[in-house]
Design a binder for this molecule. Structure first.
Ligand SMILES: NC(=O)c1ccc[n+]([C@@H]2O[C@H](COP(=O)([O-])OP(=O)(O)OC[C@H]3O[C@@H](n4cnc5c(N)ncnc54)[C@H](O)[C@@H]3O)[C@@H](O)[C@H]2O)c1
Length: 332
């Protein structure tokens, strides 16, 4: 089976390509390197000891994408390509609506034209907004608090409408919680430029002396130690969830959404302390004011993914912390 992976040289995409190859799928990657680099293709091949087909280009470019579908007989698609920074989306909403919606609509049109109607889509726990209770199940009301989240919700609606119009489609919407960590080889991982938006890349940069200290936003939340609690998931576990989702869409038509998290919440300080312990390194931090919009806690119910996809996360926060730092040490 040949899988097209859009955004396949990005953080989650690259790990998913390795898992696909490991499971004997053929992989075709499309990426424009907006947020990744060309050497990732070679690293995926080095890890898996297999070849991938790679096409550099923009998923919004219909002629380019049709060319890929003409050359490759694609059985199913995993669609990662998109912009993902919440803060940037607030400042540049049009850029986010243009890229995330345009890439998806273009992709779906081309898929339809070529009779390829099986897709796994990267959504996000951000579509749950500020949930009223925990753990979060897939039937919770959906609402968003920023343009990035709204693009994800709009795309979920587009996919649901598409299925209503044509029951031949098989669509899995995956709502990721907080992916962190890296492949154990240290060859691929997450290394954002500049000041990171997310906690783990920030911790790693402080550990690596690229940033002076970590700011912990608030210690008066209603949680175990007052700092915010989130559901962190190892990126390799997340990648494995995509294999189960691809197997599902190759087998069954329909449209369904699944949470991919561990179902466990860890606080900011629990994560920082575990990072220091497993890596034997100090991460200086200071407690600062709460950030507006942040909530006490957020973690997934993973029952649906367990039952319907036969998937559950296996790696704990120790492995997440170890592998995140290992990636940075190997790429200094
Ligand atoms: N990382 C997270 O915390 C997280 C959480 C929830 C959902 N997601 C979603 O998962 C997907 C993958 O996330 P990631 O962390 O791997 O991000 P990433 O930025 O590392 O990967 C996205 C890839 O898509 C490429 N890309 C973007 N627009 C493109 C376009 N128009 N044409 C071709 N390539 C394009 C980028 O160059 C990049 O390689 C995204 O859709 C993101 O919104 C990520």
């Amino acid at each position: 089976m040949k899988i097209l992976v859009t955004g396949g040289t990005g953080y989650i995409g690259s790990h998913t390509c390795c898992e696909l190859l490991e499971n004997d799928f053929e992989v075709v990657i499309v990426d424009n390197f907006f947020n990744s680099s060309p050497d990732v293709v070679g690293k995926i091949e080095e890890i898996s000891k297999k070849k991938v087909s790679f096409y550099e280009g923009d998923v919004c470019d219909k002629a380019f994408l049709k060319g890929v579908f003409e050359k490759e007989k694609i059985d199913a698609v995993i669609h990662f390509a998109g912009y993902k920074a919440v803060g940037e989306s607030v400042k540049k909403p049009l850029m986010y609506y243009r890229n995330n919606l345009d890439s998806t609509i273009t992709l779906l049109e081309v898929m339809q034209e070529f009779g390829c109607k099986k897709i796994v889509f990267s959504s996000s726990a951000t579509v749950y907004g500020n949930p009223e209770k925990l753990p979060i199940t897939e039937d919770f009301p959906l609402h968003t608090t920023n343009p990035y989240g709204t693009t994800k919700l709009m795309i979920e609606d587009i996919l649901k409408d598409l299925y209503v119009s044509d029951n031949d489609w098989a669509i899995a919407i995956l709502r990721y919680f907080n992916p962190i960590g890296a492949h154990k080889s240290g060859l691929i991982g997450e290394n954002p430029n500049g000041i990171p938006n997310n906690l783990m890349p920030y911790i790693v940069k402080v550990a690596n002396h690229e940033l002076e200290q970590l700011s912990v936003f608030g210690n008066d939340y209603n949680t175990v130690d007052g700092t915010g609690v989130r559901d962190y998931i190892h990126v390799v576990d997340l990648a494995k969830g995509h294999i189960k989702a691809i197997e599902k869409v190759l087998k069954d038509n329909g449209v369904d959404a699944y949470n991919l998290g561990t179902g466990n919440g860890y606080s900011v300080l629990q994560l920082v302390n575990t990072f220091m312990e497993v890596n034997g390194i100090n991460v200086p931090y200071k407690i600062v004011e709460r950030r507006s919009g942040d909530i006490d806690a957020c973690y997934a119910s993973t029952d649906k993914a367990n039952e319907k996809l036969n998937w559950h996360a296996e790696l704990g926060i120790e492995e997440m912390c170890r592998d995140a730092y290992n990636f940075v040490l190997k790429n200094k």
